[in-house]
Design a protein. Structure first.
Length: 363
């Protein structure tokens, strides 16, 4: 039976991380002298919505103690612009911490990618970080968070950071969920740990923190995600990404097929993205017929940035939508309406441009 450990983190993360690994049966996976890649969720957008630095440091230290010959932390952020990413990393202050541990950081965007063409469910061409394919062991290290398109963004989705910047948006256009499953067929982390010290509810970058002080760990990324979802009060069999990954043979997603060890699983229901949207914007009408998840994500970003300055009450997206007058239309799919409607160009439009339009278009 697949095993997933749930481990309480008291003051120090390091002993808790080692305990989580031992309980999950991960000791011994890293062979002496092996190259280990630690892949956090360092999204470049919000530190609070990122895997915490102490957890990343604990993973690096554990990998070294297990006998790794080289430990690398690798990530490719959301493409939000070089300056914003630099600001994000300098605010995080990872350099000094990793340097002390003798660990190298690799920005995947500046490193080599291996090109894959015409793979089922993937864009016609994608580039995957060479390090993620060459590493002897990958320690996959996401944060416990909800997500607008996937319901939860955990181990399976965390691998999107291994893609070239341009491929990340293409995933939304071809179909995010099947593309994530296809990516997980190519990149296969052997160790999967969810940082659930402070989870995030309501939104995946700018939501509210939920202190749980837990690590959720195992070898099977689907099972670890299933326990993560259950921890957030979601039934894993009702999470489409988990169901699809299980059907693809990537792991097991039914809680009854997973042995949980360590602390008991006590769900704390996380507010879903759509619930937060309704709570914060009860008057907002969203017409969405056929939009891909990239436009949905841009709207979420825009609403967050616009906050209380929003003046627009009606938004449309997706190529099959027929927006009424005075509706703000998003994206290239609705360019036929640009001459007659307030609109945001782009495919997808940027979150900041959407925020600006949300604050101005209704004036
Ligand atoms: S305009 Fe929006 S919905 Fe249309 S393809 Fe582009 S990102 Fe997707």
């Amino acid at each position: 039976m697949t095993r997933v450990s749930i481990t309480a983190v008291k003051e120090d993360v390091q002993p808790a991380f080692a305990r989580a690994m031992e309980r999950a049966g991960c000791d011994g996976i890293i062979a002496h002298g092996a190259r280990a890649l630690v892949k956090p969720n360092w999204n470049g957008v919000a530190i609070a919505g990122s895997t915490s630095l102490p957890v990343v440091a604990a993973a690096c230290q554990w990998a070294t103690e297990q006998g790794a010959g080289e430990v690398i932390v690798g990530e490719g952020c959301v493409p939000v612009g070089k300056q914003r990413i630099e600001d994000y990393y300098s605010q995080m202050g990872y350099r000094e911490r990793l340097r002390k541990l003798g660990v190298r950081f690799v920005n995947f965007d500046e490193d080599e990618h291996v090109i894959f063409c015409d793979q089922p469910d993937l864009p016609p061409e994608v580039g995957i970080a060479g390090l993620a394919l060459d590493a002897d062991v990958i320690v996959n290290l996401p944060l416990l968070k909800v997500h607008s398109c996937c319901l939860a963004t955990l181990c399976l989705k965390n691998l999107k950071g291994c893609l070239r910047p341009q491929d990340k948006m293409e995933f939304h256009r071809v179909g995010l969920l099947p593309a994530i499953v296809a990516l997980n067929r190519i990149v296969r982390p052997q160790i999967n740990v969810i940082d659930a010290i402070n989870g995030m509810e309501g939104e995946h970058n700018n939501g509210s923190l939920v202190p749980l002080n837990l690590l959720i760990a195992g070898r099977d990324p689907v099972a670890v995600d299933a326990v993560g979802c259950a921890q957030m009060g979601m039934a894993p069999e009702e999470v489409p990404l988990l169901r699809m990954a299980a059907e693809a043979g990537l792991g097991v997603h039914r809680i009854e097929d997973i042995e949980t060890v360590g602390e008991p699983l006590i769900p704390r229901r996380f507010e879903r993205v759509q619930e937060r949207l309704k709570r914060l914007c009860p008057d907002l009408q969203i017409l969405n017929d056929g939009a891909c998840s990239a436009c949905e994500a841009a709207l979420m970003d825009g609403l967050y940035v616009a906050g209380g300055s929003r003046t627009v009450a009606s938004v449309a997206m997706g190529k099959h939508s027929a927006p009424a007058p005075r509706t703000l239309v998003l994206g290239k799919c609705l360019q036929d309406y640009w001459p007659s409607h307030a609109h945001v160009k782009g495919c997808p439009p940027s979150g900041h441009a959407v925020a600006k339009a949300l604050s101005k278009a209704g004036e």
